[in-house]
Design a protein around this ligand. Structure first.
Ligand SMILES: NC(=O)c1ccc[n+]([C@@H]2O[C@H](COP(=O)([O-])OP(=O)(O)OC[C@H]3O[C@@H](n4cnc5c(N)ncnc54)[C@H](OP(=O)(O)O)[C@@H]3O)[C@@H](O)[C@H]2O)c1
Length: 281
């Protein structure tokens, strides 16, 4: 089965590509914007095809002979609509979209609109709605951990049911092999909901030193991040997402992930231990 993975250089897509070696029936085609960059990033194991949501002329060849498509939302819904029309005219039998647990449900948000387009379209689909990624802690959130032994967020002390991106990729790969989840919108989280103080404790344990979570107000967060070079728009968007976190919208465990994986999902302790190199000085 030929699977076109769009966003194959991103967090979820690259994990799907990496793990696909264990799935001999799945033949990955990486749909990428920059073939040279993707070849360097992904190595020689995958067929690469140019696919840019901003350039509809790339759609026909990218979809040629493809059975299934995986994608994440990285452009406005209007551009995804053009892509989904091309999918409908191709021989693709399924689209799998990785949305977002909260924003997938917020009318007017891009993820909400894309989910609607998929449901209204002709192509069979599976929509996954993962919670907040654990992997954010060694990327943008955790940029200060090595230098300052702390990370800063406007997340309050409300709990969040995170998810390890490795588990999102495994759930996707397993779902491609069955028709069981077709037409479903499935929330994905790990097995517990925890505070950011508990995240800091897990990272501290793996790092072998104390790493603190510093709770900031939205205003303090904007000031801090703009001093670090973020734009006001990026701060506003992130604050909006953490408004949902503080309102408790992410404080809910979805049981589906363990059922799809056939094992317990990774915990924050697993994540912190497996990514230990990112915490060590
Ligand atoms: N972070 C979280 O905690 C979280 C939680 C739930 C849901 N989400 C959602 O997950 C999605 C992001 O997934 P991710 O983290 O796997 O992505 P990511 O790591 O941000 O990577 C984005 C990928 O999309 C590609 N891309 C960007 N613009 C493109 C275009 N015009 N045409 C084709 N490909 C393009 C990028 O390729 P290049 O290498 O060329 O840039 C990259 O491979 C977002 O919709 C986000 O809202 C995130």
């Amino acid at each position: 089965m030929k699977l076109l993975v769009i966003g194959a250089t991103g967090k979820i897509g690259s994990e799907i590509a990496r793990q696909s070696a264990a799935y001999p029936d799945i033949d990955i085609i990486a749909g990428v914007r920059d073939l040279v960059k993707a070849r360097t990033f992904l190595g020689d194991d995958y067929e690469l095809r140019r696919l840019d949501f901003d350039d509809p002329s790339t759609f026909e060849y990218a979809l040629d002979g493809v059975d299934m498509v995986f994608f994440v939302a990285v452009v406005a819904a209007e551009k995804v609509a053009v892509f989904l029309d091309a999918v409908a005219q191709s021989n693709v039998q399924r689209v799998t979209f990785s949305s977002g647990r909260t924003t997938g449900d917020v009318e007017g948000m891009s993820l909400f609109k894309i989910e609607q387009l998929i449901r209204e379209g002709q192509t069979p689909y599976v929509i996954f709605r993962p919670g907040w990624f654990m992997q954010n802690f060694h990327t943008w959130i955790g940029a200060t951990i090595k230098e300052e032994d702390a990370f800063y967020l406007p997340a309050g002390e409300t709990k969040t049911a995170f998810i390890d991106v490795r588990d999102i990729a495994t759930a996707c790969l397993k779902s491609f092999l069955t028709k069981e989840y077709l037409g479903q919108t499935i929330g994905l989280t790990c097995g517990e909901s925890i505070t950011h103080t508990e995240v800091a404790a897990a990272i501290s344990e793996a790092a072998g030193r104390e790493v603190r979570y510093v709770a900031l107000s939205s205003e303090e967060y904007t000031k801090t991040m703009m001093e670090r070079g973020w734009t006001k728009n990026a701060c506003d968007y992130t604050n909006m997402l953490y408004d949902y976190v503080r309102a408790g919208k992410e404080d809910h465990v979805d049981p589906a992930l363990g059922e799809i994986l056939g094992r317990r999902p990774y915990t924050i302790q697993d994540y912190a231990r497996d990514y230990q190199a990112h915490w060590l000085k």
